[in-house]
Write a protein that binds this ligand. Structure first.
Ligand code: DGY
Length: 314
């Protein structure tokens, strides 16, 4: 009998095909998020449950003596999974690092350029028929060359953003990270980075340790000409404080791919012209998403073959 595997969302076709060959897979063609009760029931009746950032896998979902012995997360961030509960229940959890580093870094750079050059604002103006003429002062943005980029969280993605910014735009890099990393000048505190940088890009993991890391004080240090880029997790930033700073001109602009309560995006953010918004699409590249799915499949294969599970977190 093939092991029973549940995919909580629709996955790229090559990944679904591979898993369907080797396992008794339940696909989610409707692509709707599962409730906690459904996830808990799945843990009881499947051998493996594969989840995404849209699934909240808390201590109410994971408990001892469930049938599933592995949770394969389609994504690198696991702040939506209670790893302590999984560990206590003896359930393995794997994720998908590395393969999405470049795609996510590219999205940070996309948001940075777009916010700096006001391209979304220009497109909105054009689409509503409000563009009247080329003029010397129309939609003036800011250049990135020679400016200072602050990276909060100099892991794989942070380092790649720094590398692109340095090589493509000659940006000076300062960063905050617990340990020394290559690619820039390490500063002692988040506040120092916010103060020194013209643009700050967030690359810390979400979760209790980083929730609200960037609040009103930090945003004020970045200042009226500063730009905040967030492709990490919405909860890292105090969203009401961010909205207030942007509304009051205490922060110049922002590029946001993630939000505190996805898919909800506050109306106040949606109406601001100095914000570029994206619906959590940092890793949304065909090759990347296929690689992510294949990585989860590799973890399942190892688990069911009794081998060491690659990218196992607990
Ligand atoms: C990730 O991989 O963490 C993405 O944000 C989707 O979960």
């Amino acid at each position: 009998m093939k092991p029973k595997v549940l995919l909580s969302r629709k996955w790229p076709a090559p990944c679904e095909e591979r898993l369907s060959r080797d396992y008794d897979v339940t696909l989610n063609d409707a692509d709707v998020a599962l409730s906690a009760a459904e996830l808990r029931a799945a843990m009881d009746s499947y051998d493996a449950v594969c989840v995404t950032v849209t699934d909240t896998v808390g201590a109410d979902v994971i408990h001892k003596n469930q049938r599933a012995r592995i949770i394969g997360n389609f994504g690198v961030g696991v702040n939506h999974i209670d790893l302590d509960a999984a560990k206590a229940a003896g359930v393995a959890v794997s994720n998908t690092p590395d393969v999405l580093t470049e795609a996510t870094a590219d999205m940070a750079i996309t948001l940075m350029l777009s916010a700096a050059r006001r391209s979304s604002e220009g497109e909105r103006q054009l689409r509503r028929g409000a563009w009247e003429s080329w003029t010397p002062t129309h939609l003036l943005g800011r250049g990135l060359r020679g400016k200072t980029l602050g990276i909060i969280g100099m892991g794989r993605i942070g380092q790649e953003v720094a590398r692109i910014a340095q090589t493509a735009f000659s940006m000076k890099i300062v960063y905050y990270n617990r340990s020394e990393k290559p690619g820039g000048e390490r500063l002692g505190t988040v506040a120092e980075v916010m103060e020194r940088a013209d643009v700050v890009s967030l690359h810390v993991p979400g979760g209790a340790g980083t929730d609200g890391l960037i609040g009103a004080e930090e945003l004020a240090l970045l200042g009226p000409e500063g730009m905040l880029i967030n492709t990490a997790r919405g909860t890292v930033v105090d969203e009401p404080a961010l909205i207030a700073a942007l509304q009051e001109g205490k922060l110049g602009s922002a590029g946001l791919d993630v939000f505190a309560q996805e898919p909800h995006v506050p109306e106040e953010l949606r109406v601001l012209e100095n914000v570029v918004l994206a619906p959590h699409m940092g890793s949304a590249v065909v090759e990347t998403r296929v690689a992510m799915g294949m990585m989860v499949a590799d973890a399942l294969d190892a688990h069911f073959a009794g081998r060491e599970i690659p990218n196992r977190l607990v």
